[in-house]
Design a protein around this ligand. Structure first.
Ligand SMILES: *Cc1c(COP(=O)(O)O)cnc(C)c1O
Length: 375
């Protein structure tokens, strides 16, 4: 028997997603397992083709994780020591980690208080002679508008890389994220909107040359078998993950739409309370990987404790911005450098949001937030 859930409203329901694809996935897994088709198989090719088409790119190259997607993307752009890559202080650690791992310096800009995304007005001033790329982050499922940023990158002759880890399926003006920049980086970690049964990632691109370099980079630096022309990685998506992801991809738009509907219920039900939402509303482009609530009365931690006491799986994403993390002390930023990101870290929390969440569950969460504010 499965254990009783510790939360009455949970953040994920892996069984629900799995049951949608169970029959075909179990059959295909058995056949692949029996045949020993484990590495760089037809199943991996099939998923790469389907994913490239879904995103609207010529090529998709799968890798081990979203973090590797970012790292390998920067490496095939020849980014290394002495270079700089611009990104935003309000993001998940992996964005900045990938930059640092190449030897380049992460140069941060602040976020905006309403979208929680990169403040584009700060980017120009952050460009230097050493800047090789900008990583745009589509955070919490909300796409960053790239029309302006792409023009800026072109003007300066620098690359545009998209961190799409939290926004698989989101689009800008009808075009999917991951198809706007030189390279789009995706994560299929189980927490993301297209969730594998383990780690996984992909890089999308329109460039045949970059795709070929990525394929070599993920496979020990080989272009030709047994010729290691440069130092690469061993970073591949395996067959079992490719099978799961291929079949879940067929449901992604439907699941993302269900996320939007549930986000709409939250916004409707929480209206009038001292909380704010990620600006943009339930536009078709947002996929609500996470539903962010900005608590404007200074009582974020109390509200979080209240929700958890009611067994609602609310969490904080992210409690410490990049520039204040111990690992990035060497960048020599200090508190006060990115006031918006610092403020978001203290005032945001995220409510559970799943495609299969019932109206009753959303109601329980809304009531718990309302009850807290009524006290
Ligand atoms: C999850 C995530 C990553 C890293 O993905 P992994 O697959 O966990 O390595 C990178 N960037 C952002 C914004 C993420 O949320």
């Amino acid at each position: 028997m499965p254990e009783a859930p510790s939360f009455v409203v949970e953040r994920s329901n892996f069984a629900h997603e799995f049951m949608s694809i169970r029959g075909v996935v179990m059959a295909e897994m058995e056949s692949a397992l029996l045949a020993g088709r484990y590495i760089l198989s037809d199943e991996v090719d099939r998923f790469e083709c389907a994913f490239a088409e879904y995103v609207g790119c010529e090529h998709a190259v799968t890798v081990n994780s979203g973090t590797d997607a970012l790292l390998l993307a920067l490496e095939v752009l020849d980014i290394s020591d002495g270079h700089e890559v611009i990104t935003v202080a309000n993001t998940f650690h992996a964005t900045a980690l990938a930059i640092a791992r190449t030897g380049a310096r992460p140069v941060l800009v602040d976020a905006l208080p309403d979208t929680y995304l990169m403040d584009l007005s700060q980017v120009e001033a952050a460009v230097s002679k050493r800047t090789k790329a900008i990583i745009a982050v589509h955070l919490f499922g909300m796409p960053l508008n790239l029309t302006e940023l792409r023009a800026l990158a072109q003007r300066h002759g620098i690359a545009l890389v998209e961190d799409c880890a939290q926004a698989t399926g989101a689009s800008i003006a009808g075009r999917k994220v991951g198809s706007w920049g030189d390279l789009g980086c995706f994560s299929f970690h189980p927490s993301k909107t297209l969730a594998g049964a383990g780690d996984g990632g992909a890089v999308t691109t329109h460039s045949k040359e970059l795709a070929a370099r990525l394929r070599s980079q993920r496979y020990f630096g080989q272009r030709v078998s047994k010729v290691h022309s440069h130092l690469g990685h061993n970073s591949k998506l395996d067959t079992l993950q490719a099978i799961v992801l291929y079949h879940k991809l067929q449901f992604l738009d439907q699941w993302n739409e269900q996320r939007r509907v549930r986000a709409g219920r939250y916004m409707e039900g929480l209206r009038g309370l001292p909380v704010m939402f990620q600006a943009g509303g339930p536009v078709p482009e947002h996929v609500y990987h996470l539903f962010q609530l900005r608590v404007s009365d200074g009582r974020r931690d109390e509200l979080l404790a209240h929700l958890v006491a009611q067994r609602i799986d609310a969490v904080v994403r992210y409690p410490v911005p990049i520039h204040l993390q111990p690992a990035f002390e060497y960048l020599a930023y200090s508190r006060g450098n990115f006031p918006v990101s610092e403020h978001l870290a203290l005032s945001n929390l995220c409510l559970p949001l799943r495609p299969d969440m019932t109206a009753e569950e959303t109601r329980v969460v809304i009531d718990a937030v309302a009850e807290f504010h009524a006290r």
